[in-house]
Design a protein around this ligand. Structure first.
Ligand code: OGA
Ligand code: NI
Length: 349
């Protein structure tokens, strides 16, 4: 039997082991079954070119976005306006951060999900039975000036570069929210105006190489609890999306981001748009870094189906709730494939 993990962070545990410690091993019925995963091809996850969103291709791009949100819950974007050098710089900063000496990284460590800046491991150690093969740094990013002084100062360019990246991603998200509002037939400012003061969180996920990737997950199947997620990944595959009951690998395409609909968008759209299950698997040879931006309502924002999408034929599927209430439930129930959304349905739905 492999001994239980003795290090706080996985990145400090992996160098000395050649099999997965017991607390990372999933029960047999809940393993990634990697041989059955479908390879992605151009048709599996739509790739949308945002060039021309404000020009002649506007209507066509809105239609593509609407279709992707409805059918796939996931799409990839190119010509998104975020410079390649900025993206490479962020990936390098994340890589360097996870290579810092253990003692320095541990200064940021916390297993309290309510902390706005923290390094942690797995998902939620306090509630889960089996650990996940991941370390992660979580940051709140908006409003930037409220949080940036909590962020790490090493690597030395961390605050400046990550701050600039967050600002650019936010600008891009606001454009996407207008496009998505429009694709739902709502006023183009509808979604942006119904998120309270808005919130933006980021994770830097570090998935170390794993001696037995068939036994564990980087992150098990889950939907994202926020509004919309913009995922930046390095060139190592690992993300998989559930499509027609099968897991599909979403292999990285240079200079693209992956966008996925989160639970709050499913609620606002009154179930027209889908927050889809996805997961991260690990591999034997290569570390992997992914950097999701979780765009969200602020905690006090009241979320519910848009009135314009509720009528006799489409009764409200969800009750209204504050984002704080939802988020609290999400972190405390553990990552489970049954969707947290079911707990917020109206009695008739
Ligand atoms: C997440 C997530 C996927 C990945 O952090 O919510 O789904 O590829 N990450 O790291
Ligand atoms: Ni996710």
């Amino acid at each position: 039997m492999a001994p239980a993990a003795t290090k706080v962070l996985l990145s400090d545990l992996v160098s000395g082991i050649d099999c997965v410690p017991d607390n990372y091993i999933r029960p047999e019925a809940d393993r990634p079954n990697l041989a059955e995963v479908e390879a992605s091809d151009a048709s599996s996850i739509p790739l949308i070119d945002l060039q021309g969103l404000f020009g002649p291709s506007h209507d066509d791009i809105i239609r593509q976005i609407g279709q992707a949100c409805q059918q796939d819950g996931f799409f990839q974007i190119k010509n998104h306006g975020i410079p390649e050098e900025m993206v490479q710089a962020i990936l390098n900063i994340a890589r360097e951060f996870f290579r810092l000496p253990e003692s320095e990284r541990l200064e940021t460590y916390s297993d309290d999900p309510t902390k706005s800046t923290r390094l942690s491991t797995s998902f939620n150690l306090k509630t889960e039975k089996v650990s996940n093969w991941r370390d992660f740094l979580r940051l709140h990013c908006y409003p930037l000036e409220e949080y940036v002084q909590e962020w790490p100062t090493n690597p030395p360019s961390f605050r400046k570069e990550v701050g600039e990246y967050c600002t650019r991603v936010r600008e891009m998200v606001l454009k996407l929210l207008e496009a998505i509002s429009e694709s739902l037939g709502l006023d183009r400012h509808y979604i942006g105006k119904n998120l309270g003061k808005h919130g933006q969180h980021m994770a830097m996920n570090y998935y170390p190489p794993c001696p037995q990737p068939e036994l564990t997950y980087g992150l098990p199947g889950h939907t994202d609890p926020n509004l919309i997620t913009i995922l930046l990944q390095d060139d190592v595959p690992g993300l998989q999306v559930l499509r027609d009951g099968k897991w599909v690998a979403v292999n990285p395409i240079p200079n693209t981001f992956i966008v996925n609909i989160g639970d709050q968008m499913q609620v606002i759209s009154n179930d027209k748009y889908k927050s889809v299950l996805h997961r991260a698997v690990v591999n034997c040879n290569t570390e992997r870094i992914s950097i999701p931006t979780f765009y969200c309502p602020s905690p006090e924002a009241l979320i519910g189906p848009a009135q314009g999408l509720v009528d006799h034929e489409h009764p409200a599927v969800y009750r209204s709730f504050t984002y704080e209430e939802y988020y609290h439930k999400f972190w405390n129930r553990g990552l489970r494939t049954e969707c947290c959304l079911d707990m917020f349905k109206t009695p008739s739905a």
